[in-house]
Design a protein around this ligand. Structure first.
Ligand SMILES: Nc1ncnc2c1ncn2[C@@H]1O[C@H](COP(=O)(O)OP(=O)(O)O)[C@@H](O)[C@H]1O
Ligand SMILES: [Mg+2]
Length: 395
């Protein structure tokens, strides 16, 4: 890992240099700061993995400098050292993706701890940038919550990914109950309202743990107190979530509101969920108009047909014609299994591993985690070969 330090404070520079050398793994300091104005980008060998900026050396200019640095070195981890602990500065820093803010004057131990947190995560961050995916319903009862919850569980078990599942249904949020018998205790609105203190640890302690790899946060825990989530705070919350989870999966319900627009903006992939009937298609058309008004790339949106039945007259081709995009996922109609899963609060993969719905989930997970690697094949084998004998639920 290579770092450069931006500071005019000679003592701080020297102590950071010592800490970087002593850290395990050690961090090399790039001696001269490359010119920010240089055209054509830097030689890759010279671009830093980590940038430490001492805000006190550049009074009033630090946030602007961070902005430039974040743009110029999008892959670099940013660390800010500053005696300014105002919420405005912290929020501005987080918005720019600063990983660590160390208050100045800093004890040597604090600097060491912050650096080792960064180097520990460095490998993982390089390989696995967290992804954000959103499910949105084209009409009530489409199966959005069922699919979001079950895909999140599948990613966390089959894909072995760390997953945060977020229920953005302001009232009557029930996503946790689709895959567990637990009730959320801390509301997302509460977590967002103190976003300036939020880090990975606080996020983990606020969430509900369904399994060690699957955590859930719901918009609100009580019907009567659906406290407001501020869109700007939610945007920052998502940046932090992305840094700490491999996948952040959101159930947006069927609302288009400022918070959901933030969620959609931040998403790498959006899954609108349809069923094969005209009202879904009509609402879907309107939703797609909103997506294009929001300027989303077509590849970001992937159509899901739930309760799919190829014999229905309103077939996938009609959806593709009206919406102008391919239907990417088809989840079969499987009344018995879906209802049993929901009623018991058990994910389908756990309850009926060899069912057709589980098979669809496995394929879906494969589209989201490194497709084509040998692990993908073994993923399918792990589930199906082992469970082929007990396929009484298969339909
Ligand atoms: N693939 C499916 N096959 C059969 N029934 C389904 C399927 N998906 C969902 N359902 C049924 O639809 C109901 C509504 O699902 P839900 O996920 O709560 O919808 P939404 O969140 O879009 O309102 C569920 O209670 C379940 O009975
Ligand atoms: Mg729902």
């Amino acid at each position: 890992m290579k770092a450069f330090i931006l500071s005019t404070d000679k003592d701080l520079m020297a102590s950071m240099q010592r800490i970087c050398e002593a850290n395990k793994p050690s961090v090399a300091i790039i001696p001269s700061v490359p010119s920010m104005q240089a055209e054509g980008g830097l030689n890759a060998l010279n671009s830093p993995d980590l940038i430490l900026l001492d805000a006190n050396s550049y009074a009033g200019k630090a946030i602007g400098m961070l902005e430039n640095l974040a743009q110029r070195y999008p892959k670099a981890v940013l660390m800010l050292l500053s005696s300014d602990r105002s919420p405005e500065t912290l929020i501005a820093a987080m918005r720019l993706g600063v990983r660590e803010v160390v208050p100045l004057p800093a004890a040597q131990g604090d600097l060491e701890a912050a650096l080792s947190r960064i180097t520990e995560k460095f490998d993982r961050t390089e390989k696995d940038e967290g992804k954000i995916i959103a499910f949105i319903s084209c009409k009530g009862g489409s199966g959005t919550t069922f699919i979001a919850a079950n895909l999140a569980y599948a990613l966390s078990t089959l894909g072995r990914k760390r997953v945060l599942l977020i229920d953005l249904n302001q009232q009557f949020g029930d996503v946790a109950l689709y895959v567990s018998d637990l009730k959320t205790s801390v509301a997302l609105s509460e977590v967002c309202s103190s976003v300036e203190r939020l880090d990975g640890n606080l996020l983990e302690t606020s969430a509900l743990h369904v399994t060690p790899n699957l955590s859930i946060l719901a918009a609100s825990d009580q019907i009567e107190s659906s406290a407001e989530i501020r869109p700007d705070q939610f945007g920052i919350f998502l940046q932090i979530a992305r840094q700490h989870y491999d996948f952040t999966v959101m159930d947006l319900g069927r609302q288009i509101n400022p918070v959901n627009v933030r969620a959609l903006d931040a998403s790498d992939r959006v899954y609108p969920v349809f069923q094969q009937s005209l009202p879904y298609l009509r609402n879907g058309r309107r939703l797609f108009d909103i997506f294009s008004a929001l300027g989303y790339r077509r590849e970001k949106i992937q159509i899901v047909l739930n309760r799919y039945d190829s014999s229905f007259s309103l077939d996938a081709a009609e959806f593709e014609r009206v919406l102008g995009q391919p239907v990417v996922h088809r989840i079969p109609n499987s009344h018995e299994i879906v209802n049993e899963s929901i009623n018991q609060g058990l994910p389908v993969l756990k309850m009926a591993r060899s069912s057709v719905i589980s098979k669809c989930l496995v394929e879906w997970v494969n589209t989201l985690v490194d497709v084509g690697t040998p692990a993908t094949t073994s993923l399918i084998r792990r589930i199906f070969v082992r469970n082929f004998a007990s396929n009484e639920f298969s339909k």
